[in-house]
Design a protein around this ligand. Structure first.
Ligand code: EPZ
Length: 429
């Protein structure tokens, strides 16, 4: 398990640039196999999850060339209909290949992605959509098998505005016969980015960003050139880093309108937030005020910012109530924050966070990428030294995380796995 050591108590100052959005890059990369020829996609973040997606696309036969922040994807004439188990297990977003394979190969076999640290993560709504479009679905020995000679447009109501289900169904519908309407669709900016990408390939997707998306099937899609939107969750993470360390941080390469709910909450905590055209600057010279937060589908407060925000509330001047309504088990970081002196009580979907003047450094364990980032932010604010283990989770979703934090003045090092722990001596690089 990769571990970092953080020396806390230093206000972060300076500029940090966001990369392309992980949660836009992953569906868009897989959507590229819907086309007959090459697509060039830029502003791709260099992340472990992107590498996994490259491996997955190659495994089904696509030619993929990743060079810097640009990826070239050329779908093969004949794609393999089966996605490898180890890749889907490693990254749930691999399940997004189901829709494109089903419509390109007329059948698809994709392992059921298991649950993860934050919840069961079912895919029933994805399958409900494919069935509504005429696919025969069966589940056998942990694989979902789908078959359809030709998908037909259908009206599909999503019980939950699932990002993944909206994206999977949207991709399949681009080459189906007739019109598909997705009701109660997810409205996240990453869904809109995927729709814009598909339309740049010749698809006819209308209404992305609203709860009702209409897709008129077309005969074929052509390769395109496209640039991914900036990562709003990465941006939010660095804004919280500036606030929790009582520093002053300018986050560049962002789309401020994607962060309305986060900015509003940071201002409620007493932060001074300045919005530019493509940047947001945050400053906080004191302990934050408490704020109640409820995570909701976009445009509500993002569940992916809940953990970093809990770290901030841990040192507030009062009591905050954080309600997690999207995932059923996304408070794993609370236990670890308590080891750093935070006063947090979990009551069902709510975390009651009573602010303390200062956290103290401790050895803590990351359970998922956003929890890991939250623990690093807590360590940056804490008195003394914090060790965060499980940083491989963080590297899945944050490109150059340590470099960017060091660029803001953080004192953070990677522990060499070969250290002699008996002596407690840390060889840090
Ligand atoms: C996407 O996951 C993101 N991942 C997640 O980001 C993000 O937290 C989540 O959306 C919510 O915004 C990517 O885009 C790759 P959902 P996804 O389907 O699509 C339930 C991160 O940290 N549900 O919108 O898997 C589900 O159980 C990751 O970057 C069903 O019940 O999320 C959950 O409670 C973590 N049936 C809720 O919907 C289904 O068929 C939202 O899940 C599908 C989902």
């Amino acid at each position: 398990m990769r571990t970092v050591v953080i020396w806390g108590g230093r206000p972060l100052q300076g500029k940090v640039k966001c990369d392309g959005a992980k949660n836009a890059a992953l569906p868009i990369m897989v959507g590229a196999i819907l086309a007959q020829d090459v697509s060039k996609i830029s502003n791709i973040p260099r992340l472990a999850d992107v590498d996994t997606m490259v491996a997955l696309l190659r495994a089904v036969g696509a030619k993929v060339r990743l060079d810097g922040d640009e990826v070239e994807i050329e779908p093969a004439e004949r794609l393999s209909k089966e996605a490898p188990y180890d890749l889907v297990r490693r990254m749930r977003a691999s399940f997004l290949i189901m829709g494109p394979l089903l419509v390109r190969c007329r059948e698809a076999s994709v392992p059921l992605p298991g649950g993860c640290a934050i919840g069961q993560r079912p895919v029933d709504l994805h399958l409900k959509g494919f069935q509504a479009m005429g696919a025969e679905i069966s589940i056998d020995r942990g694989y979902v098998h789908a078959r359809a000679r030709k998908l037909k447009g259908a009206g599909i109501y999503l019980d939950v505005p699932s990002v993944g289900a909206t994206e999977n169904i949207m991709m399949a519908a681009t080459l189906a016969d007739g019109e598909t309407i997705i009701e109660n669709a997810a409205q996240e900016p990453e869904v809109v980015d995927l729709a814009n990408f598909l339309n740049s390939m010749g698809a006819e997707v209308r209404g992305a960003g609203t709860s009702r998306i209409r897709i008129s099937g077309v005969k074929e899609l052509r390769g395109t050139k496209y640039a991914i939107i900036p990562d709003r969750i990465e941006a939010a993470t660095y804004l919280v880093a500036g606030a929790i360390t009582r520093g002053k941080v300018l986050v560049e390469n962002v789309i401020p309108t994607h962060l309305k709910s986060v900015i509003a909450k940071l201002q409620e905590c007493g932060c001074n937030v300045l919005e530019g055209a493509k940047s947001i600057e945050i400053q906080l010279g004191t302990r934050p005020a408490p704020a109640n937060v409820k995570t909701l589908p976009y445009p509500g407060f993002p569940t992916d910012v809940q953990a970093p925000f809990m770290s901030l509330c841990s040192i507030s001047t009062g009591t905050s109530i954080i309600s997690e309504t999207v995932f059923e088990n996304r408070f794993g970081h609370a236990e670890e924050l308590r080891r750093m002196g935070a006063k947090i009580r979990i009551e069902g979907p709510n975390a009651v966070v009573e602010g303390v003047p200062q956290l103290t450094g401790a050895r803590v364990q990351a359970s998922d990428l956003r929890a890991g980032a939250a623990l690093c932010l807590a360590g940056l604010s804490a008195e003394g030294v914090t060790e965060v283990t499980g940083m491989e989770h963080v590297e899945r979703g944050y490109a150059s995380f340590l470099t960017k934090l060091r660029g803001l003045g953080a004192s953070i090092s990677v522990i060499d796995p070969g250290i002699n722990r008996a002596s407690g001596f840390l060889n840090t690089t």
